[in-house]
Design a protein around this ligand. Structure first.
Ligand code: AP5
Length: 212
């Protein structure tokens, strides 16, 4: 199964991807996670990417393409969820060609729809485990009491100014990708509002249809 989880910042892509991994044993390919790991490791890519991420801008595509290519090859072109990629038309065009040349086109692009107010509320209340990368929400999915509180941090790009910038970038550069996949006939829209498990039930019914 080859799926893209698509949506604005804070739509719940990472949260839902973790549940899909658990339920279907798919590999989670998150460009955001890969970039944050590179920043933590202070690799050349991380050092170059850091400024873009903190400001809420997109990292240049040339830095990410190779990483995506590698992980898809490692997954043998199957059994993965792409989260955070593609997020420009250029990335979508490249990915489509790359997958089709290996006869491994996407099964579905699941677009998670949420209201703009929900995005801001979710991102400003998000916390992450700095060791495992696990996502929490202070109200709806709080960090478990047995996790060392010093490990629970706020992402640098979850500051109000970066959030605003990421939303602007999403509308200008990423949203058109939805229409690109609609024209290819693989786009499925899912309501991302409501409880995490309810959203997951909606996504699961899409995935089960692909499997059937
Ligand atoms: P990335 O990490 O991909 O960030 P994003 O797309 O902005 O998405 P988020 O991680 O913010 O949100 P999400 O949809 O995963 O929501 P989550 O599940 O955490 O990218 C970060 C940066 O890296 C980019 O800005 C860019 O600089 C760079 N980058 C990455 N990919 C790139 C690319 N392809 N090209 C160029 N640059 C790239 O949920 C959010 C919060 O809400 C959490 O607290 C969660 O617990 C909570 N929550 C989730 N669902 C619910 C629910 N149903 N009800 C209540 N709370 C919920």
């Amino acid at each position: 199964m080859r799926i893209v989880l698509f949506g604005p910042p804070g739509a719940g892509k990472g949260t839902q991807a973790a549940k899909l991994v658990e339920e279907y044993g798919l590999a989670h390919v998150s460009t955001g996670v890969m970039i944050r790991d590179a920043i933590k490791d202070e690799s050349p890519l991380g050092l170059e990417a850091q400024g873009y991420v903190t400001k809420g801008e997109l990292v240049p595509g040339r830095l990410i393409r190779r990483m995506v290519e590698d992980v898809i090859q490692q997954a043998d072109f199957d059994g993965y969820i792409l989260d955070g990629y593609p997020r420009t038309i250029e990335q979508a065009e490249w990915l489509t060609e790359y997958l089709e040349s290996s006869d491994a086109a996407l099964d579905a692009v699941i677009s998670v729809k949420v209201d703009p107010e929900t995005i801001v509320e979710r991102l400003s209340r998000r916390r992450v485990n700095s060791e495992t990368g696990e996502n929490y929400h202070l109200d709806f999915n709080p960090p478990p009491p047995d996790v060392d509180p010093s490990l629970i941090i706020q992402r640098r790009d979850d500051q109000p100014e970066s959030i605003r910038k990421r939303i602007d970038v999403y509308h200008a550069e990423t949203f058109p990708v939805e229409e690109f996949y609609r024209k290819l006939g693989v786009l499925v829209e899912v309501d991302g509002d409501g409880a995490i498990d309810d959203v997951f039930d909606r996504i699961r019914s899409v995935v089960d249809q692909i499997e059937a």
